[in-house]
Design a protein around this ligand. Structure first.
Ligand code: SF4
Ligand code: SF4
Length: 58
């Protein structure tokens, strides 16, 4: 699963745009992951300019 580091994320929305599975959304000034949609393709992780998304080891 992915871990969003909210302290780093500046809500730029880049990851939301690239996710092919509509698994990320900006809601009330917070980036949210819809885990049921996420396929772990890691596109979002690779495009985030601030490295605010990381893979959770669990
Ligand atoms: S890992 Fe892939 S499916 Fe999951 S949120 Fe990121 S871009 Fe979307
Ligand atoms: S690309 Fe990175 S900084 Fe931008 S909204 Fe996504 S997690 Fe936050």
């Amino acid at each position: 699963m992915l871990n969003i580091i909210h302290e780093i994320c500046d809500l730029c929305g880049t990851c939301v745009s690239v996710c092919p599975f509509d698994a990320l959304e900006l809601f009330e000034n917070r980036l949210k992951l819809k885990e049921e949609n996420c396929t772990q393709c890691l596109l979002c992780l690779n495009v985030c300019p601030l490295h605010a998304i990381e893979e959770d080891s669990e």
